[in-house]
Design a protein around this ligand. Structure first.
Ligand SMILES: [Cu+2]
Length: 403
């Protein structure tokens, strides 16, 4: 082999070696990039489920003498799912990571010792104002707590009733709209009558810059809050919280009690159950006034509560909603899912069934029954609401559910 050929071979080997090194480095870079991407994906914050299960209620208290009840709440700010069907998330401010905060149950005469922690990850100061407490700010003045710190205060539960509690840190309306509210039940000395089901439902408004249905993390709109123009009107923190995520079951013949609160912060609720009549209503949460009986729709102002009782008499899906019914398109619907035997004497398709079982030929009777869906503004209803509304409001109609 000549020296010239030997040099060519050497140069070729050097080029191949250099090329291999470049490939190795590039491969290593790709691997590092892949590992980083994977690492970032695995560390991406999954939106929290901030919905409070309506069955998450302390049980009725036993007969006992007044005592000291210790209540611990943690103010926690976190990104949660606002509307799963639209992939919408929101940065909620919560008590204990759920909306509403925990339901608190005490007995008249109890001493309530409240400790509020503010999670170190919080950006805001928070506090708590109990409508059941007598004293300046309902405790808000004693409980202003900066991130990472805790405050304790104590009050006497002098008065039976169902009361709202909420954050009392300016701007209070923003703290409430973002989810910082809950209910405290002060049972009368002898407790409440037993029922088959107790549920915990709170209505609230969410003010986002983006229109309802916008994907992704939504920002809070102070302008819409001031204009009292929410994008969302929801139960227990999120769209479909109490329709598809936590429908409230009952059986025919059972009694249902709803501890209902309206957090607002702005709109009065006109609470109604479609196809039902409230057997008893403790208006404004008062347990020292006699209950209203046989009521169709109950006004619950912001910062107030009501105890709503009804009896499941016929199977089906019964919608609890605000009868300011445009709010249904903003997510305002909850469902009682009643199972059991039909009761044709209360409602049935077709004309009257005579006692002897023959068909009635009463003219015009059938005209009362069919309900057309043609005039219904379907496009305005959110996904799950569409099929639920069709089922509940217009049972003869068959609509195809989206998704
Ligand atoms: Cu707050």
């Amino acid at each position: 082999m000549s020296t010239r050929n030997h040099s060519k071979l050497l140069i070729t080997w050097v080029v191949v070696a250099l090329f291999s090194v470049v490939l190795l480095i590039a491969g290593a870079d790709i691997s590092v990039a892949q590992v980083k991407a994977h690492s970032q994906a695995s560390h991406a914050v999954k939106p929290a489920d901030i919905v409070r299960d309506p069955a998450d209620i302390p049980p009725p208290l036993p007969n006992r003498a007044p005592t000291v009840v210790h209540v611990t709440l943690t103010a926690r700010e976190l990104v949660g799912t606002l509307d799963a069907s639209a992939n919408t998330t929101y940065r909620y401010w919560t008590f204990n990571g759920k909306v509403p905060g925990p339901m608190i149950r005490v007995r008249q005469g109890d001493t309530v010792e409240v400790t509020l922690h503010n999670d170190p990850s919080s950006r805001m100061a928070h506090s708590i104002d109990f409508h059941a407490a007598l004293g300046p700010g309902g405790g808000a003045a004693l409980s202003q707590t900066i991130p990472g710190q805790s405050k304790t205060f104590t009050f006497q539960a002098t008065t039976p009733g169902l009361f709202v509690y909420h954050c009392g840190t300016p701007m209070i309306a923003e703290h409430m709209a973002n989810g910082m509210y809950g209910l405290i039940l002060v049972e009368p000395a002898n407790g409440l009558l037993r029922v088959d089901h107790e549920y915990y439902v709170m209505q609230g408004e969410i003010y986002t810059s983006g229109a309802k249905g916008t994907k992704g993390l939504q920002t809070f709109s102070a302008a819409k809050l001031m204009e009292e123009r929410p994008e969302y009107s929801i139960f227990n923190g999120a769209v479909d919280a109490l329709t598809t995520e936590h429908p409230m079951p009952a059986k025919v013949g059972e009694t249902i009690r709803v501890f209902f609160g309206n957090a607002g912060p702005n709109q009065t609720a006109s609470s109604h159950v479609v196809g039902q009549i409230f057997a008893r209503v403790y208006q404004l949460g008062s347990l020292t006034s006699p209950p209203l009986e046989d009521a169709q729709t109950v006004g619950v102002p912001p910062g107030a509560a009501a105890i709503l009782e009804l009896k499941a008499k016929i199977p089906g899906k019964f919608a609890l909603m605000d009868h300011a019914i445009s709010r249904m398109a903003k997510g305002n619907m909850a469902i009682f899912d009643v199972t059991g035997p039909e009761n044709a004497s209360l409602m049935h398709a077709g004309p009257t069934i005579p006692q002897d079982g023959s068909q009635s030929n009463k003219p015009g009777s059938a005209e009362l029954l069919p309900v057309t869906t043609k005039a219904t503004p379907r496009a305005m209803l959110p996904g799950a609401c569409q099929c639920l509304a069709a089922t509940i409001l217009f049972r003869p109609a068959i609509w195809r559910c989206r998704g």
